[in-house]
Ligand binder design. Structure first.
Ligand SMILES: NC(=O)c1ccc[n+]([C@@H]2O[C@H](COP(=O)([O-])OP(=O)(O)OC[C@H]3O[C@@H](n4cnc5c(N)ncnc54)[C@H](O)[C@@H]3O)[C@@H](O)[C@H]2O)c1
Length: 412
């Protein structure tokens, strides 16, 4: 079976618009797959400009600045998929995209390694008290002393949240000779010799360095506060490269000034400036042995490259095979193609009776279905149908007329 045989309609008719300086890696993926009509613009577009540009576009790539509103989506009659070449999808009106059957993809995990590496680097800097020595040297003071400086080797790292990033930090930390422990609400298989600890209190009591890698949810908001910091080992180091809402900053400041914590590295804040160069204030400024960074944990050239590859391949898989895995709007289906068939992709409102109408109309016309996959979400249903290649055009025109159809495509 050759999955590559499935393609959407002629590639020269597919228009791809990429905004906001999306990486060369993404452009190369599209062009090497045979799509020559790739238009690249360096900046974001206003709603008005986007409406003008988007009319004939099949695939749209954006980063975080372009807002995709309902009005813009209504102007995009041919749009099949939006690729957010970044971590989040807040800039897209997902509800409208879902109702209109437009797939929305992003790259939530492409910068995992960038964050994990930096956490190890920060741990070394803080345990050696480099921020203080660096600041003193800049001020013209020679601070040559070993007191209060340690190696990472043999120390205990406590990871809160053993997901994609937490588990990578775990592997790198073990390579540095650390003993790794983690706390997670889920039971997670340990990598290497790491050990899952069942309570946050127990983890805090045993850790020399604590690193947060949890998402921002109701259960994690302010989970680090006066009460939880009370259990921290005296002189421990604290790292938050996860989300700003997780830490009560005044309580963290208190723990740092009292000496309960001997250092911290913080990349994320409850309120962050929107623009580069904007003023930034935090209660943690000017504290000794504290590293503050402007939410750059995942910001590397490699991460941008990986985002380019990840999102463009998801968009191409959807365009060419109907695979919706990773979409925030179209229910996830990822199935191989069947030999000698053509594939029909049918997106419809999720109301009772649509699937039975699809099956009835095809059987009444003696069109045999060789493969059928259905997934629904609260708003829409997505059916992938593999039908005999000789009857696919007829099947396609019948399915376009089915009640509650939002979008239908034929891949051949
Ligand atoms: N600083 C940056 O630039 C940057 C870059 C990438 C990701 N992040 C952030 O890092 C965090 C982790 O990202 P990820 O990709 O590893 O996420 P992930 O979803 O893969 O892992 C999160 C883990 O946290 C666990 N968890 C959830 N609630 C918990 C709780 N109350 N207590 C303990 N564990 C809990 C989950 O079970 C999961 O194992 C996220 O908040 C993400 O936004 C920051």
């Amino acid at each position: 079976m050759d999955q590559q045989k499935l393609t959407s309609y002629p590639k020269e008719k597919i228009n791809i618009l990429l905004l906001e300086n999306i990486s060369d890696a993404a452009v190369a993926e599209f062009t090497s797959a045979g799509y020559a009509n790739v238009k690249r613009l360096s900046g974001a577009l206003s709603e008005e400009d986007l409406i003008r540009e988007i009319k004939d576009v099949h695939l749209l790539g954006i980063r975080s600045k372009t807002q995709i509103t309902r009005k813009a989506l209504e102007a995009a009659h041919k749009l099949q998929a939006i690729g957010c070449f970044c971590i989040g999808t807040n800039q897209v009106d997902l509800k409208s995209a879902r109702e209109m059957g437009v797939a929305v993809f992003n790259a939530p995990y492409s910068n995992t390694r960038s964050v994990a590496e930096l956490v190890i680097g920060l741990s070394i800097m803080l345990i050696r008290r480099i921020p203080d020595k660096n600041a003193a040297a800049h001020e013209g003071v020679w601070m040559k002393e070993a007191k209060g400086s340690y190696e990472l080797r043999g120390k205990s790292l406590g990871i809160v949240g053993y997901g994609n990033i937490g588990s990578q930090v775990s592997v790198l930390a073990e390579a540095m000779g650390m003993n790794v422990f983690y706390y997670d609400v889920e039971t997670k298989l340990p990598l290497g010799n790491a050990v899952q600890i069942r309570s946050l209190q127990a983890l805090f009591e045993m850790s020399d360095i604590i690193s947060l890698h949890v998402p921002s949810t109701k259960t994690t908001t302010n989970m680090i506060n006066k009460e939880t910091l009370h259990y921290v080992k005296k002189g421990a180091i604290f790292i938050n490269y996860a989300r700003g809402e997780v830490v009560e900053l005044d309580d963290l400041k208190e723990a740092l000034t009292s000496g309960q914590l001997s250092g911290a590295a913080i990349d994320v804040f409850p309120v962050e400036p929107e623009k580069n160069g904007a003023a930034f204030a935090s209660p943690l400024q000017k504290l000794p042995n504290v590293i503050l960074t402007p939410h750059i944990g995942g910001s590397t050239e490699e991460a941008q490259h990986n985002i380019g590859l990840d999102v463009s391949s998801k968009m191409l898989n959807y365009l060419e095979k109907g695979a919706s895995f990773g979409s925030h709007t179209i229910p996830a289906i990822s199935v191989p193609a069947v030999d000698h068939t053509h594939r029909i992709l049918h997106i419809h409102q999720n109301v009772p009776g649509v699937l039975s109408e699809i099956n009835t109309v095809l059987s009444q016309n003696k069109i045999n279905i060789l493969g059928q996959y259905l997934k629904t979400n609260e708003t829409i249903g997505y059916v992938v149908l593999d039908v005999d290649s000789k009857l696919s055009k007829e099947a396609f025109s019948l399915l376009r007329e089915v009640n509650h159809t939002i979008k239908a495509r034929l891949l051949y």
